[in-house]
Unconditional design. Structure first.
Length: 123
């Protein structure tokens, strides 16, 4: 008789959290389409979200995509992640640290006197 192999508990939790998020997105989308008559409610929901700077939002999404991408490439290549799915947090922390360092260096270079200013184009 063969033994049944189960996924790790962290994989199962991640799976069900993602399933719940998918269903929540579906219901939110249906509610938004169904509530077009309540336009003022939709605008009230949109206002706080519009306060988040676009570049900050893109920066965060880029960090998450990078961490998940490295993790999934490693999974596809058969890399044994220490801590299994929990290593995503370590990857994300590493990407955040490197990105924060890169931003600090870029700001320092941009404010230094040696920074090259772009030529002004006149027509």
């Amino acid at each position: 008789m063969s033994t049944v192999r189960q996924f790790a508990w962290s994989s199962r939790i991640l799976h069900w959290v993602m399933a719940a998020m998918l269903l929540a997105m579906l219901f939110i989308g249906v509610a938004m389409v169904g509530s077009l008559a309540d336009y003022h409610v939709l605008v009230a929901i949109h206002r706080p979200l519009a306060r988040v700077p676009e570049n900050t939002l893109k920066f965060g999404v880029g960090l998450l995509l990078s961490a998940f991408g490295v993790f999934w490439i490693g999974e596809g290549l058969g890399f044994p992640w220490p801590g299994e799915d929990l290593s995503l947090f370590a990857l994300l922390g590493g990407f955040v640290a490197v990105a924060a360092l890169a931003v600090a260096v870029a700001k320092r270079v941009a404010t230094s006197d040696d920074a090259v200013t772009p030529a002004r184009v006149t027509s």
